[in-house]
Design a protein around this ligand. Structure first.
Ligand SMILES: [Zn+2]
Ligand SMILES: [Zn+2]
Length: 157
């Protein structure tokens, strides 16, 4: 799902759940850690955590969209739109919008692609792999590849 399909999804949720038009823009945010999303009511801009989508899928995104649309539509109607307002609580309950996003795993390390560098002692060819290997040189088949570390090296063998 990209930003434009997220915007289409928001429009669909606005129509199906609220019977109203969104007419704004929705975008994924990769930097949100624990929060599921937010809305800039003046710009009609909804941002959704990309991690939330990756870890909890589209259902969780729809929940966040309902929640943010509650803020937005109350604002458009000139009503109190903060979490603690009676209007927000009632509208959120009426459309079954969650108060909180499901937890997003904290401190998840970004996936690191380790590289392993090998060189052939016979023909001098160099290779990089995603895993440690023990294999003959695929270039000359004359020798077993030598592991040279996890960094590209320019040292002679
Ligand atoms: Zn909120
Ligand atoms: Zn070789």
């Amino acid at each position: 799902m990209n930003d434009s399909s997220l915007t289409q999804l928001t429009e669909a949720v606005a129509r199906d759940t609220f019977g109203r038009s969104f007419g704004g823009r929705a975008a994924f945010n990769s930097r949100f850690r624990s929060r599921g999303g937010d809305v800039n009511v003046k710009q009609s801009l909804i941002r959704v955590s990309r991690r939330l989508y990756e870890e909890h899928g589209q259902e969780a995104v729809i929940g966040v969209l309902r929640h943010e649309l509650c803020h937005l539509f109350l604002f458009r109607d000139g009503l109190p739109y903060t979490h603690r307002s009676k209007e927000f609580k009632e509208l959120a309950a009426a459309v079954d919008a969650p108060r909180f996003a499901p937890p997003i795993e904290r401190n998840r390390q970004p996936k690191r692609y380790r590289r392993f560098y090998y060189a052939c002692p016979a023909c001098g060819s160099r290779f990089k792999t995603n895993a440690k290997i023990h294999a003959p040189c695929p270039h000359c088949h004359q020798a077993t590849l030598l592991y040279t570390g996890t960094r590209k090296t320019t040292h002679p063998l």
